[in-house]
Design a protein around this ligand. Structure first.
Ligand code: ATP
Ligand code: MG
Length: 205
């Protein structure tokens, strides 16, 4: 059975933290493929000023093009409704990969928010989760939280570590609006895409 990784995110913009996370997990868990899924309308960021899904999709495509194991899925950005991961995974299972074993890849911060996600009980039965520690996250607390989720929802959440990159999209948006460099924080193609399209110049972080 194929093992498929799913990497959800707003990707506003995508950066090396996302790419290292996905690639390290792909290699560690022997995944056949990782699908990057830019969120259409992210439920947790509705009140924030988010770049258009077209820009986020293109940046994700540019950033992943050099990795033969990476694909970008339009499943969420083509949906006009709010992007709930549980719906995305249901669709993925039914239409695209009926017989595949799915692994949803997240940074540790997402694990803390997991219980606020739509139909979390259902979500945790649909696929495995792989959570990687992220700079600033207390690993002991993370393991406690995962223990709690396993007990409550019978979830399969695997914790792993990847080389730590203290990078976030929030920080990148802030850097651009302050005229600071983002070189070597995002792939060069993404850097040029951001400048060409004048993204994040008036950003409120
Ligand atoms: P923002 O600052 O806008 O929230 P972000 O950098 O956190 O952006 P998201 O698109 O919110 O990026 O994250 C998508 C996924 O990638 C989440 O599971 C998040 O935990 C993970 N992630 C993001 N940056 C890193 C990083 N530097 N190291 C490990 N995981 C990361
Ligand atoms: Mg985030």
């Amino acid at each position: 059975m194929k093992k498929i990784g799913l990497m959800g995110g707003t990707f506003d913009p995508i950066h090396y933290g996302h790419l290292v996370l996905a690639e390290q997990i792909r290699a560690q868990f022997n995944l056949d493929m990782v699908y990057f899924i830019p969120a259409g309308i992210p439920p947790h960021k509705q009140d924030k000023n988010i770049s258009s899904s077209k820009h986020r999709y293109f940046m994700t495509l540019l950033a992943t093009i050099t990795n033969p194991y990476f694909e970008v899925s339009k499943i969420e950005i083509e949906d006009k409704n709010i992007s709930y991961t549980v719906n995305t995974i249901e669709k993925f299972k039914e239409i695209i990969h009926k017989d595949a074993e799915l692994y949803f890849i997240t940074g540790a911060d997402a694990i803390y928010e997991l219980e606020t996600w739509n139909r979390v009980g259902k979500l945790l039965t649909l696929c495995n989760f792989i959570a990687a520690s992220r700079p600033g996250i207390d690993e002991k607390k993370l393991r406690e939280k995962i223990g709690e989720l396993k007990e409550k929802y019978d979830a399969n959440i695997i914790v792993t570590t990847v080389p730590a990159l203290a990078i976030s999209s929030t920080d990148i948006r802030e850097r651009i609006s302050l005229g600071k460099s983002i070189k070597y924080i995002v792939p060069e193609s993404v850097e040029y895409y951001i400048y060409k399209n004048k993204l994040y110049i008036d950003n409120q972080f």
